[in-house]
Design a protein around this ligand. Sequence first.
Ligand code: HEC
Length: 190
Amino acid sequence: MRGLERTWVRDVLCVFLVVPVVASTAWAQGSGSSRATPSPPRQPTTEEFAASLWKYLHREQAPYAEWQAAEIAAPQSVQDPHGSNGKVYLNDVAAKDTERFAYSSIVVREDYVDNADRPQSISVMYRVRGADPKSGDWYWLKYTPDGKLARSATAGGGRPIAGRVASCIECHQKAVGKDLVFFNDAVPQK
Ligand code: HEC
């Protein structure tokens, strides 16, 4: 992972994951010899961050499926890879202002093909200061239904789909108002 991403990934983790991170560090240190030099805290990898976010999205007190749902807006002029069906969910921060999307906004899109009983994938946009200043500071993730990061379709399994994902950004730049978000656009529907 690149340096910049590491820094802000740590900041993101601090927002809501500080307790488990601290707990696991204490556990790791406590499990060694008391004379061992404590090692500096390690930055989470992309996969670890994605796993933490997945847990956060499914936490018992407020799973994303109970967040405010938004009407999907599928513009005629843009190809839509998310499946013919689905739902969009907004965390409190996103729901509060869907024109401005304050930092810490999370938007979750469940991607369903036709009437399948579970989504083929789960696409997430998470707005974090410093994540990608040139493209609205959105951090992009695509999960498989069992919560693993999806991987790009290239030989050898491809790269995990998380971070500044060019394909997501290029297409979402077609959204009205340069916020890279479609559902808040008043556009002709399919
Ligand atoms: C070829 C165009 C295209 C690509 C590539 C694409 N999207 Fe989308 N996305 C759309 C369109 C169109 C919508 C609105 C219609 C819908 O929800 O189906 C949308 C909706 C969404 C939403 C709901 C919020 C919104 O904008 O309405 C999320 C979250 C999302 N996409 C995430 C992603 C992620 C993550 C990626 C990359 C892994 C991605 N998208 C790639 C076209 C695209």
